[in-house]
Design a protein around this ligand. Structure first.
Ligand code: CA
Length: 231
C-alpha cells in the first residue's frame, strides 16, 4: 500500500519514510507542495493515505487538502504541523483533513494514527486476505499456508515480495500491467533495474512454489500478470 508524504524537513521526512518502510508501506516523498499536486493530479498512482505537512514550499498542506476535497477525492489525510492553536486545528479539519498531529511527535504516535485512519479506509479493507489456503494478514505482516495436517506454516517473504503478494491478492482475476505494479509498489524515485517487476515476480513465484502455488500468478504475455485464485 502506498502512502504520499509531503514534508520539507529533510531529517523528519527521512525518519518518517524509513519508519513506514519498516511497516511494509511504500512511500512517495515530496518536499514541495506544487510538485506533490502535479503528481496527485496526474493520478498515475493510487494512494492509500496522505501525510501532509502544513507549511511547505509552494502549495501548503491545507491548500493540497482543499484541492483534493474540491475534486471529491476521499483520500485519508493526516496533517502535520508545528501549529497547535485551536483555531489552526479547526482550520485543518475544516479543510478536509481526517486527523492532525502537532510537531514534535513520536513516530509510534504517527504509526498509531495511521493505523486508525487505515482501519477506516475502504481501500485497506479487508486486513486479512485469503486465496486457497494461503492467508495474508496486513495487520501482523504475516503470510501463512496450511500444511497437509492443517497446521499454519509461515512464509518468509522480503518486504517487496510481501507488498507484491498483497497487491495481487487485493486485485484477483485482474491483469496488472508492469507499469501499474511499478507505480504502486516502487517509490517514484526508486533506482531500479529495468526488469525489476519481472525479477520480483519470479522471486515471489519461487517462494509460493514451495507450497504448491507456483501457478497462482500467471504471466499474460505483452500485458502483465494475473492472480488466478485456485477453484
Ligand atoms: Ca514545513
Amino acid at each position: 500500500m502506498k502512502i504520499l508524504l509531503v514534508e520539507d524537513e529533510l531529517d523528519l521526512g527521512r525518519i518518517i519514510q524509513n519508519s513506514l518502510n519498516q511497516e511494509k508501506y511504500i512511500v512517495d516523498w515530496f518536499q514541495d507542495g506544487d510538485l506533490a499536486w502535479q503528481y496527485l493530479e496526474s493520478q498515475a498512482t493510487q494512494y492509500t493515505l496522505a501525510i501532509l505537512d502544513w507549511l511547505l514550499p509552494g502549495l501548503s498542506g491545507i491548500e493540497l487538502c482543499q484541492r483534493l476535497r474540491a475534486q471529491g477525492n476521499p483520500l485519508p489525510i493526516l496533517m502535520l504541523t508545528a501549529k497547535d492553536g485551536m483555531a489552526d486545528k479547526v482550520a485543518g479539519l475544516d479543510a478536509g483533513a481526517d486527523d492532525y498531529l502537532v510537531k514534535p511527535f513520536k513516530i509510534v504516535e504517527l504509526l498509531a494514527r495511521l493505523r486508525a485512519l487505515q482501519r477506516r479506509s475502504p481501500q485497506m479493507q479487508p486486513q486479512q486476505l485469503q486465496v486457497g489456503n494461503l492467508k495474508l494478514d496486513f495487520s501482523t505482516s504475516t503470510v501463512t499456508v496450511q500444511d497437509d495436517r492443517g497446521r499454519p506454516q509461515s512464509l518468509f517473504l522480503t518486504n517487496k515480495e510481501f507488498q507484491l503478494l498483497e497487491y495481487f491478492m487485493r486485485h484477483p482475476n485482474q491483469i496488472l500491467s508492469r507499469d501499474r505494479l511499478m507505480n504502486q509498489l516502487w517509490e517514484i524515485n526508486a533506482e531500479t533495474i529495468s526488469n525489476v517487476v519481472a525479477a520480483q515476480v519470479r522471486l515471489l513465484r519461487r517462494k509460493l512454489g514451495e507450497y504448491g502455488y507456483d501457478k497462482l500468478i500467471e504471466t499474460i504475455p505483452g500485458m502483465g500478470y494475473r492472480l488466478n485464485p485456485p477453484s
